[in-house]
Design a protein around this ligand. Structure first.
Ligand code: ADP
Ligand code: GLC
Length: 492
């Protein structure tokens, strides 16, 4: 099959979070399974430019506020995956991907409308249509929306099906109805069975409705989003597509995240020889400015977008009790000003034990994975979560809330089996209790070593999840063929 990925970020071209890790690694696994795979991404300021494709020097994007123009750059081939970059400086040559100073760029709908349209126009210039277009999150939801509306009569795309993956239902692409003509869509789509959602346009809803198959990034999250607690108002729409909705757990790229080969950490280590981990711990504490690191004190690591989703308000509720325990917390993140301020205030109050860097820093992210003893993810909800999976490989024991992918990937430790610690109730007390339990085990070196090794042996690499995606691509293609034959029968 020819599979085209369209996404708003992907490693190594651009990244704000886990979506980029997935878009940087799943396509390789699909290519390794024998398919022809390409990835389409915007060319941001942070993205190294590619080579201009001669037949795509100027793609016209007729959006209602006028004509916009994009070109396509060849981003090169790596591990069997060809990447193409949509160059459109007026929309993508900016400091950040989606927002600045905590505020979304006001022209986001237009930016991702331009990207989605450019993807389809680029595909139309190739010799063969893709069998499947695999879109991700609201930023590319316009691909299926355009395909089934603006391009519905276009014979080129007749056989192309769309798989849509929801990485996070908390971001839906909600805009006022007057944007519809600006993004090239007619007002007739603003109905309860279309893009309308409590008086707004909901692009994610359109992605769900107009795709042939919908997936999300863990089995548990696929169940959760069909309930009012996690569905963010879309639970009914998702339930209506339950026969075409599947949770497929994200895999991870162990070429990039592996303590045996990681070049971003001071010492490598493996399950057979853990010595290097202590050097990483020392390096981490020194890097965070601790003058005389106490090495037998546990370090709890955090690397995260600072967002309400991630549950850090729970820490604030029990910080005194946590700091009274013999431990360090090392946190790295950026995001919502409210949480950046929270972390700054915590480090100001406990400068020797609560160590914080408010930044986006990939090298430090790797050092925290390697140097910490535990990794904390107290998320309110977590579609999959990648850092707990990386942590397992680094022998850094996850302490997580039992939700979504966190619940699917971490098994509670009972002294012998299990890989981490989980708590269920979203309360500061539950977080405190589970941290106490983890620290008690940390004080029992034999049990702790068993726990670390249990996690390090787990394999969350892509092949098995990629196989499930290939099955979904086949199911989506079958669904499209059925729709096509039904349509030609009714025309006959
Ligand atoms: P999400 O996609 O919701 O942010 P994930 O756990 O799926 O959560 O993925 C987060 C990814 O982003 C990981 O690769 C993590 O290391 C990275 N990351 C998050 N915040 C930072 C940061 N401040 N600096 C460096 N990397 C970060
Ligand atoms: C989202 C989710 C995260 C998931 C990532 C990649 O950003 O918040 O849980 O791991 O996408 O799928």
């Amino acid at each position: 099959m020819r599979i085209t990925f369209a996404a708003s970020e992907g490693v190594p071209f651009s990244k704000t979070g886990g979506l980029a890790d997935v878009v940087g690694s799943l396509p390789k696994a699909v290519a390794a399974a024998g398919h022809e795979v390409e990835v389409l991404l915007p060319r941001y300021r942070m993205t190294k430019p590619g080579k201009l494709l001669p037949n795509c020097r100027s793609i016209t994007l007729p959006l209602a506020n006028g004509f916009h123009f994009a070109s396509i750059q060849d981003g090169g081939v790596a591990d069997g995956v060809h990447t193409y970059l949509v160059e459109c400086p007026e929309f993508f040559d900016r400091d950040q991907l989606y927002m600045d100073k905590g505020q979304d760029y006001p022209d986001n709908p237009l930016r991702f409308a331009a990207f989605s349209l450019a993807c389809l126009e680029f595909l139309k210039r190739s010799a063969n249509p893709p069998d499947v277009i695999h879109c991700h999150d609201w930023q590319t939801a316009l691909v299926p929306i355009y395909l089934r509306n603006l391009y519905s009569g276009d014979p080129f795309f007749e056989k192309s099906s769309v798989v849509f993956t929801i990485h996070n239902l908390g971001y839906q692409g909600l805009f006022p109805p007057h944007i519809l003509p600006h993004i090239g869509l007619h007002a007739g789509l603003f109905t309860i069975d279309g893009l309308e959602f409590y008086g707004k346009v909901n692009l994610l809803k359109g992605g769900i409705l107009f795709s042939d198959f919908v997936t999300t990034v863990s089995r548990k999250y696929a169940e959760e989003i069909q309930t009012p607690e996690f569905g963010y108002g879309l639970e009914g729409v998702l339930r209506s597509r339950a026969d075409r909705l599947q949770g497929i757990l994200n895999g991870v790229d162990y070429d990039a995240w592996n303590p045996t080969s990681d070049r971003l950490i001071p010492a490598n280590y493996s399950p057979e020889d853990l010595k290097g981990k202590e050097a990483c711990k020392k390096g981490l504490l020194e890097k965070m400015g601790v003058v005389q690191p106490v090495l037998d004190r546990p370090v709890i690591g955090i690397v995260s977008r600072f967002a309400t989703q991630k549950g850090f308000d729970l820490i604030a509720g029990v910080v005194e009790e946590l700091m009274a325990m013999d431990l360090y917390i090392v946190a790295l993140g950026t995001g919502e000003p409210e949480y950046e301020d929270l972390f700054r205030s915590l480090t100001a109050k406990y400068p020797d034990k609560f160590l914080v860097k408010v930044a986006y820093d990939n090298t430090l992210a790797h050092l925290i994975e390697a140097g910490a003893d535990m990794f904390l993810m107290p998320s309110r909800y977590e579609p999959c979560g990648l850092n707990q999976i990386y942590s397992l490989k680094y022998g850094t024991v996850p302490v997580v809330r039992a939700t979504g992918g966190l619940d699917d990937t971490i098994e509670p430790f009972n002294g012998k089996t299990g890989t981490g610690f989980k708590f269920a109730d979203y309360t500061p007390e539950a977080l405190l209790a589970v941290t106490r339990k983890a620290v008690e085990y940390y004080r029992q070196p034999k049990a702790w070593r068993t726990l670390m090794l249990n996690g390090m042996k787990k394999d969350f690499s892509w092949p098995s999840s990629a196989k499930q995606y290939v099955k979904v691509y086949q199911a989506a293609s079958r669904a499209r063929t059925k729709i096509k034959s039904a349509a030609s029968a009714s025309n006959a």
